[in-house]
Design a binder for this molecule. Structure first.
Ligand code: NAD
Length: 450
């Protein structure tokens, strides 16, 4: 799928004209290619006074990744990223110097640059001043992300349960946010806890963190599912591609493209989880990752909704995930990493999509509840909530609505299927084990929802 407007305003006469007319000029986003540098320039690590030791630890990790790290804002650099560590700030005034230092270099952040905050989550025991500071950092990040231009993004790591800024999963998240893998993730604050024993941050520093893992992707015959399968395979996983028999041709194409296997299966079948497990065990020796991507739309205003339209959406988008998860947990699959496809329609709601909105908000609900159940067996369950993504699904939206959907975000464009895939591959990577029960939006900081 293409966004011809973005191409037009970034080349030749279109570029000149759009500049003169003051039209929105969505940037061409930098996307990950193995072997490319992590960032587009040096990384400036700043902090408030009390958080300096944590900032030092983060800077050390960046040096291990062979990043050009600086600790002072200077005028001579074109910054690839600014990392702002505020973990120990206890009063609102503690952060003033550090955030203003970020402001002083903002005009010198390179196109497709990054700003990443590292802070601590609010807890029920926080005294009011501390809670104000921690809450304030989150509001600061969301607003700052809206001021960034030229494909630059702002995201935040919110440490929970005493996780250190240089803990395995915090560093894995930092690496994801700094990299081109997070091209369409913007304005997000991701809670990150201490990683489970055995998770290794160095894994994310390689190009194949999923080597030796077996991954199942439902709805793999077309759309986002194809990119999820390809991206998992690129990062080393063996992929089982699942889709309905009617989509058999596309399914075989994806399975062949990724060197995996195809399983023709309707995910609403009563024994879908058991059949997935049997296939994965007999063909590949087990299963480590499940991506619940299969999904359908049956849009209707509720006043016109037919029972079959409501029921089909709930069955495919929600009930199938519950049943498959239950069967895999029942079978005692250990270390399972699950990611479910939600949607910003499940967060903000959408006219004509009460069935879809129910199903996607339901996905967010069950992900939170499933997280502690899989954690007992060493696994995680998370969701991604895509915003407007350029697919067959969104190509059928009427032109004006489609244009609004594309532009109504900080990045002023739709994302690509690969952007959703990159977020999923990050969430299932060994080093992201400290991210559990969360919803990561891949929406270019869409104006819809919280
Ligand atoms: P798509 O329609 O292009 O592909 C969905 C795939 O799921 C198809 O191959 C289809 O055959 C398969 N599928 C449907 N019912 C199935 C069943 N019962 N059993 C097995 N497979 C089944 O959709 P897409 O745009 O690639 O979306 C993928 C996921 O991302 C969906 O869950 C969707 O809700 C979600 N999503 C998409 C967008 C977007 O902008 N495209 C935005 C938010 C969320």
């Amino acid at each position: 799928m293409t966004d011809s407007y973005t191409r037009l305003v970034n080349a030749g006469l279109g570029k000149t004209l759009s500049k003169r007319l003051g039209l929105p000029r969505p940037a061409v986003l930098r996307r990950y290619r193995p072997g490319d540098p992590l960032t587009v320039g040096p990384v400036l690590v700043l902090s408030d006074a009390a958080s300096k030791p944590e900032a030092d630890a983060v800077a050390q990790a960046l040096l291990r990744w062979e990043v050009d790290v600086r600790r002072e804002p200077t005028d001579d650099a074109r910054w690839g990223a600014v990392v702002l560590v505020l973990t120990e700030a206890a009063r609102p005034t503690d952060v003033s110097d550090a955030v203003l230092a970020v402001g002083s270099v903002l005009r010198r952040v390179a196109p497709n640059g990054r700003v990443v905050t590292v802070s601590r989550a609010l807890t029920d025991d926080d005294p009011p001043e501390l809670a104000a500071t921690r809450g304030g950092v989150e509001g600061f990040l969301r607003s700052l992300a809206k001021e960034l231009r030229a494909g630059a993004t702002g995201n935040g790591i919110v440490l929970t349960d005493g996780a250190a800024a240089d803990s395995t999963s915090a560093l894995a998240t930092l690496r994801f946010f700094l990299s081109a893998r997070s091209a369409f993730v913007d304005g997000q604050l991701l809670p990150v806890g201490p990683a489970d024993a055995g998770a290794d941050e160095s894994g994310t520093a390689t190009d194949r963190p999923l080597a030796g893992k077996v991954a199942v992707v439902t709805g793999a015959a077309r759309g986002i599912g194809v990119d999820i399968a390809k991206t998992l395979a690129r990062d080393g996983a063996t992929v089982v591609c699942v889709d309905v028999p009617a989509a058999g041709e596309g399914l075989t194409r994806t399975a062949n493209a990724v060197g995996g296997t195809a399983l023709q299966l309707d995910v609403t079948a009563d024994d879908a989880g058991t059949r997935i497990l049997e296939h994965a065990r007999s063909r590949h020796g087990g299963v480590d990752i499940v991506v619940h991507n299969a999904g359908i739309l049956r849009d209707k205003l509720l006043a016109n909704m037919k029972p079959q339209q409501w029921d089909a959406v709930i069955a495919v988008n929600l009930a199938s995930q519950l049943r498959i998860n239950a069967q895999l947990l029942e079978a005692g699959v250990e270390g399972l990493r699950i990611v479910s496809l939600a949607s910003i329609a499940g967060i903000a709601g959408n006219r004509g999509q009460t069935n879809y909105g129910f199903s996607k908000a339901g996905v967010i609900g069950h992900t939170r509840a499933t997280a502690p159940l899989v954690a007992r067996l060493g696994g995680t369950a998370n969701a991604v909530a895509p915003g407007f993504i350029e697919t067959e699904m969104t190509r059928t939206i009427p032109t004006v609505t489609r244009e609004l959907g594309r532009r109504a975000s900080s990045l002023q464009q739709g994302g690509l299927p690969v952007d959703v895939a990159e977020a999923i591959v990050f969430l299932v990577s060994p080093a992201a084990a400290g991210v559990n029960g969360e919803v990561l939006r891949v929406c270019g900081q869409s104006w819809l929802g919280r």
